[in-house]
Design a protein around this ligand. Sequence first.
Ligand SMILES: Nc1ncnc2c1ncn2[C@@H]1O[C@H](COP(=O)(O)OP(=O)(O)OP(=O)(O)O)[C@@H](O)[C@H]1O
Length: 443
Amino acid sequence: MQDLNKIWSSCVETLEKNKIVDDKIILDSLFKPATLEEIEDNQVIITTELKWNIDAILEKRAEIESILSNSFSKPIKIKVLEVEEYKKSKQKKVPKIDSHLHPDMTFANFIVGNSNRMAQNAALLVSTKPGMNFNPLFLYSHPGLGKTHLLNAIGNKAKETNPNLLVRYITSKDFVDEIINSIKTNTTDEIYSYYRNLDILLIDDIQFLFGKEKSSEMFFHIFNEIINNNHQIVITSDKMPDELQGIEERLISRFKSGLSFGIDPPEFETAKAILEKKIENLGNTDLVITDDVLDFMVMNYCNDIRSLEGQLKRLFFCSIMESTNYIDMNFASEVFKDQKTIKKAQEPLTKEFILKTTAEFYYLTISQIISKNRTRNLVTPREICMYLMRELLDITFSEIGTTFSNRDHSTVMKACKRVETKIKKDPDYKLAVDKLKQKLGTM
Ligand SMILES: Nc1ncnc2c1ncn2[C@@H]1O[C@H](COP(=O)(O)OP(=O)(O)OP(=O)(O)O)[C@@H](O)[C@H]1O
C-alpha cells in the first residue's frame, strides 16, 4: 500500500526545489496543507480546505501530474476538489441500499434470438454506460418473455462493473406500497430523496402504477430528477408506451423520450435454446430428455417462457417421483396429459377477431394493420392477417381487400400467395402463423 501522504509531501518538496512554486507563503498555506486522498486507475484526487485554492493548485497541473506520474510509475491525471465536496461524493458512493436484484438473472443466463436481440443489446449498453444512451430505456412484451430478467441483468452487470453504483430494482406495485407507507409514516421526503439519488432505477411492470394518483405524481418527479441528473432509468411494461391506458399524457411523453424495444415470443430455435439452458441449470447431468419432447414443449408453451419453465419443472418433478433420468415422449405424454389441449378461443371466428388477435400478437393496433402504411414491420403481420382470413373464413379476396383500406383483390391474392410460399420455406415464419392459429383456436 502506498503512503499517499509521503508521496504528496515529496511532490511539494519537488515543487519547491525546482522552483515551480517559488513563493514560500503560497507553498506553505496552499500546497502543503492539501491532501492526496486517493488514486483510482490513473486518477489522483487532491483535496483542499478552501474552494479558491483549487484554481491555484490547478495552475501547476502539468508539473504536478508529471511529478506524480514519476512517483506512481504511470501516467497520472489529477482532480482537485474542496474537501467537503469530496466527503459528500464519498458518502454517496457508499452503497446503503439493498438493490433487490435477482442474482441468477444475468446476461450470461439470457438466451438471445431475433425475438429479443434489440432489447438485449440495448439493455447491455445501458448496463455498461448507465445514463449515457437510452434514457429511459423502455422494454415491453407479453408476460413471461424476459423483461424482469433483462432488468435484473442490467443491475447485476452495472454493479459488477462498478460496485459503488446505487441500483434499485422494484416492481411498480411495491413502489406504490412504499409511497402509501411513506404517507402514513410522514416520510415522503426521505423516499423522494432516496430515489432521486439512485444511479440506476429499474422499475418493473409500470402498468400497475396507473390510477394511483399520489404514486404517479411522485414517480413523475423522481423520473425527472433521475433523467436530469443523467442517471439511468429502465422501465418495463406489458404494453408499448402509446398503448398504456389510464396513464397521464406527460408520463407517456417522457417514456417516449428515450427508446422503447419490444420482446416477441421466441422463435423456435431460441425457445429451444432457452429450454436447454433451463435444463442445464437443473444441475442433473444424468437427465436425458429426448428431442421430440423438447420440440413438443417448445411448440406448445413457448408463448410464455415462464410457463415453459413451469412445464419443465413439472416434468423434472415427475422424473424424480418415478426415479427415472430418461424422459421420452411416452413419459412426457403422461405428464402433460391434462395440460396438452391448447385452449380454444372463446370468441367466434370473425374478420374482427382475426384482426384483433394478429394486432395483439405483433404489438400493433388494428389501424396500423389495415392502414396503407408499407413500413416493413407492418407488412408481414398484414399479409399474414389477410392469409388467415382467406384460409379460415374462406371469404373473397375482394372482401378482404375492402377490410384493408380498400385494397384491390389482386393485392390480397398476391399477399396470400407470398405467405403460402414463406410458410413452406421458413420454419420460423410457419411457427408464427401456427401460433396465431392456436390463439384463434383453430389448431
Ligand atoms: N431469453 C431468455 N433466456 C433465458 N431465460 C429467459 C429468457 N426469457 C425469459 N426467460 C426466463 O423466463 C422466466 C420469465 O421471465 P421474466 O420474469 O423476465 O418475464 P417478464 O417478461 O418480466 O414477465 P411479466 O410481464 O409477467 O413480469 C424467467 O425465469 C426468465 O429467466
